[in-house]
Ligand binder design. Structure first.
Ligand code: F6P
Length: 545
């Protein structure tokens, strides 16, 4: 039986400590310790993690680090690396790190080295990317492919889509990569509206090749192509990425144009596999390899670094502290980068589908809140939308600020302002502004005292809002690979601390099951029997003429 951290002495110590920590203001922690930044920041391979604006002290951190042993992190890391079926509810190993493994060491699953098959698919991807970019691969009419449409959803969409946008500065010219995921026909229809069937290639990406949204979009895309170019054209305009190669063949895609991956790659961890094909097409295969290399560097760090210098583990501790001890219910992800605009959405799947769970590895209640609700938006856009609530809404909301030292699109005058805004927001959230400070500021501006008295309550900022700042050298494929792997390992560490299986997702099944029951009713093929009055009422309203 896996042990629960909640029952440990360390957890009790943290709970007692949190009682005191709740009354301490970050402003005072900074005032009393000029070394706070160096004490609570870490640098690794060019990434800087500043967590000095988190509401913790050296005592807090010391106690939190005890969770490394309580959760048996070294043991779980060994089990992960050894290919044990740590996804115990599905009986699967968790080996996405093998997809980016750079050395010659074998990585075993059931006693077999998975690396030869990983390398074979990478080689297939390399050849395909080069053929498409060079124009050697042509459509049915002999024209070069100008647009690639990836059809997938969840992990088969979010990872490559987010990464394609993140690495916009590295795109191959003359090839545009689009992503269609939504079952709503508007997504496919509006994407195809500007495209020509003669120059469009579809990548059908689905681990299972049964997902309703993807199968419907793929069928409609196929019809669009066949209507224009005939059945024989499918061969030159459709490729697939899946673990279900017989499903791919049944759909009519040439088995030679299918890219495999394996059940030990979870959907939300699959961007490193052939699911990353549209990304590799967008940025070129060499850049895709740099992306893998960055992630591999983060793997090595996570597997080897001690608790106190282990970036993913420290990030996990901050979530545990804020969620389980300070009572935060959400966490904001605030990338100061247009290119990272989709990161909050990607992390929503990565973190909430992995750790949004109420049954632990023993099938018991974990005894503490698990994944916080993750949300966010690119800065500075968010500043003009929801930051009001962060500053003065009265809720505890920890934030992650993510920014690069160098701009990926260096237009004069932009990046300095972006950095200034990012650091200023973190400072304002941390420090706040007291009534005395507001009064002094207004008096210095010669505001009449009656106006000061009237406006004062509105101009006070409580502060004490914790944040972490992650500073990247630049948003290139290598550093971006490090960043995404950092979050993946944080999810793993949190799963171990909360004693969860982070690699299943039973919670998405029930809705799918009910949708399958309602579909024949909506299509008029089955009677609307046995429904609750709300669902029955909604269906009846839809059928009204
Ligand atoms: O949302 C559930 C889920 O199974 C995800 O985990 C997965 O990434 C997504 O659906 C898509 O699944 P598939 O790649 O099999 O189409």
């Amino acid at each position: 039986m896996s042990a629960s951290s909640v029952a440990s002495k360390t957890w009790q110590t943290l709970a007692t400590h949190a009682e005191r920590a709740r009354d301490v203001h970050l402003r005072d922690l900074f005032a009393s310790d000029p070394q706070r930044f160096s004490r609570f920041s870490l640098e690794h391979n060019g990434l800087l993690l500043d967590y000095s604006k988190q509401r913790l002290t050296a005592e807090t951190l010391g106690a939190l680090q005890g969770l490394w042993w309580v959760a048996d992190m070294p043991g779980w890391i060994n089990r992960l690396r050894a290919g044990e079926a740590i996804n115990h509810t599905e009986g699967r190993a968790v080996l996405h790190h093998a997809l980016r493994h750079q050395g010659t060491r074998p990585i075993l699953q059931n006693g077999l080295d998975v690396m030869p098959q990983v390398h074979a698919v990478l080689e297939q991807m390399r050849r395909f990317c080069n053929a498409l970019h060079s124009g050697e691969w042509r459509g049915a009419t002999g024209e070069q492919v100008l647009d690639v449409v990836n059809i997938g959803i969840g992990g088969s969409d979010l990872g490559p889509k987010m990464a394609t946008q993140a690495l916009a500065a590295h795109h191959i010219p003359h090839l545009k990569v689009h992503y269609v995921s939504n079952l709503d026909g508007a997504h496919l229809a509006t994407t195809l509206a500007g495209l020509s069937p003669r120059t469009t290639l579809f990548v059908i990406a689905s681990k299972t090749f049964t997902t309703q949204e993807t199968m419907q979009n793929a069928a409609s895309a196929r019809r669009w192509l066949v209507d224009a170019l005939g059945e024989a054209a499918v061969r030159r305009h459709f490729v697939a990425v899946s673990t279900n190669l017989s499903g791919v063949a049944k759909f009519g895609i040439d088995p030679d144009h299918a890219f495999a991956f394996w059940d030990w790659v979870g959907g939300r961890f699959s961007v490193w596999s052939a699911i990353g094909l549209p990304l590799a097409l967008a940025i070129g295969f060499e850049n895709f390899q740099r992306f893998l290399a960055g992630a591999a560097a983060m793997d090595a760090h996570f597997f080897e670094a001690p608790a106190e210098r282990n970036l993913p583990f420290v990030l996990a501790l901050l979530d545990v502290w804020n969620t389980d001890f300070l009572g935060a219910e959400t966490r904001a992800c605030l990338p100061y980068s247009q290119s990272l605009e989709l990161l909050p959405r990607y992390l929503q799947q990565l973190e909430m589908e992995s750790n949004g769970k109420r049954a632990d590895r023993n099938g018991q209640d974990p005894g503490c809140p698990t994944s916080p609700i993750l949300w966010g938006e690119a800065g500075t856009n968010g500043q003009h939308a929801f930051y009001q609530l962060l500053h003065q809404g009265g809720r505890l909301i920890p934030s992650d600020f993510i920014v690069s030292r160098e701009a990926d699109f260096p237009l004069p005058g932009h990046h300095e302002k972006l950095l200034a805004n990012c650091f200023a927001q973190a400072e304002a959230l941390m420090h706040g502004k007291t009534a005395e400070e507001v009064r002094a500021e207004m008096e210095a501006a010669h505001v009449p005292s009656t106006v000061i008295d009237r406006l004062l309550p509105y101009k006070v900022f409580p502060g004490n809002q914790p944040s972490t700042t992650l500073l990247l050298p630049r948003l290139d494929p290598y550093n971006f690979g490090q960043l995404i792997a950092l979050f993946e390992h944080k999810v793993f560490a949190l799963g171990m601390i909360w004693n969860l299986n982070s690699y299943d997702q039973w919670g998405v099944e029930y809705g799918k099951q009910l949708a399958n029951r309602l579909l024949p009713i909506i299509e008029g093929r089955a009677p609307a029997d046995g429904l609750d009055s709300s669902t029955a009422g909604l269906l009846a309203y839809c059928r009204r003429t």
